[in-house]
Design a protein. Structure first.
Length: 326
């Protein structure tokens, strides 16, 4: 049995889909659904049980047949302001799951984030040495919460109190099916594809750096199916532990991303560059690019989709379909 927190969320529901496709239906999904359409993310999934986050610990305490915990559940809003809520959801629950997995000898794979790297002034190397982690300065509350837990996890592992396998995945800019419930936190592909289909101008932020053209701000965009594939690989390779970047290793501009949408739709793309809110300018990331050396050295050989290939699959097989859910 696998316990998957955030199982109805964006990345979690894609992991559930791949686990189902691999023949694993003995899943326990932990999440909240609310009153919107989030339930559709798991409408096609097979699972043993669905529990709510406050029930996770009591559920685990009563089981002896859990083979792994995949912890994707979190408050992932980079605009979050409630520090108490962030600590409860992103740090304390993660620490309690770590404790249970360490004591029960159950592997733990959890979601970290590229937001831990802050402005990138120290690069994007997934070095889990304390000296390297201590240098990082996340730019927002969400990134800090993920960084705080990474440092705590590494410290616990160094003290010898860790699950038999533990993996923290530093997800870069993920896009793909089942992100509709995320609202403003959706990728630009999800937000803008319908505008692109109507050949309406797409709004991107102006650049406030003289060496970066408008729209050339860059990110390491990774397709969600590549993320879930990496999680399943980790489950099959229990000897692999540590913090790992999960991006493609290649930064692409926001203009490139939108042009990939136009290519998928066979539409001409036009741009309108708008002012960035002043409150965001000081902490805006102009560039992210995952160093993938560590994951490759661990033995991961699968190739990552280019944005052209990933966006094409996302747009044609999901976004423009009557049923856009995976």
């Amino acid at each position: 049995m696998i316990v998957l927190t955030g199982g109805a969320g964006f990345i979690g529901s894609n992991i559930a889909a791949d686990l189902n496709d691999a023949g694993q239906a003995d899943l326990v999904l932990a999440d909240t659904l609310g009153v919107g359409a989030k339930w559709r993310n798991i409408a096609k999934r097979r699972f043993f049980d669905f529990i709510f986050p406050p029930e996770i610990e009591s559920f685990l305490a009563a089981r002896r047949d859990v083979s792994a915990v995949i912890h994707m559940g979190a408050n992932s809003s980079t605009a979050a302001r409630d520090g108490d809520e962030i600590i409860r959801s992103n740090f304390r629950l993660s620490a309690r799951l770590w404790d249970w997995c360490a004591r029960s000898r159950v592997p733990l794979i959890y979601a970290s984030s590229a937001a831990t790297y802050g402005g990138g002034e120290f690069g994007f190397l997934d070095d889990d040495a304390e000296a390297a982690l201590a240098k990082l300065r996340p730019l927002n509350l969400y990134g800090w919460s993920k960084h705080a837990f990474d440092r705590w996890a590494v410290d616990q592992a160094h003290k010898g109190f860790a699950p038999p396998q533990w993996v923290g995945l530093k997800f870069f800019n993920v896009y793909g099916p089942n992100e509709g419930h995320k609202g403003e936190m959706q990728s630009l592909v999800a937000k803008y594809w319908s505008l692109a289909a109507d050949e309406r101008p797409l709004r991107l932020f102006k650049s406030y750096k003289p060496d970066v053209a408008d729209g050339d701000q860059s990110r390491d965009f990774i397709y969600v199916k590549d993320c879930s594939a990496a999680v399943l690989w980790m489950l099959k390779n229990p000897e692999v532990s540590g913090l790992f970047n999960l991006g493609t290793g290649r930064a692409r501009s926001f203009k490139d991303l939108m042009l990939a949408v136009g290519l998928a739709l066979s539409k001409k793309i036009g741009f309108e560059f708008v002012d960035m809110p002043e409150s965001a300018r000081e902490h805006y990331q102009y560039f992210t690019q995952a160093d993938m050396t560590k994951l490759r050295r661990a033995g991961y050989e699968a190739q990552f989709a280019t944005i052209e290939a990933g966006v094409r699959d996302y747009v044609l097989n999901y976004l423009i379909q009557p049923d856009p859910y995976r």
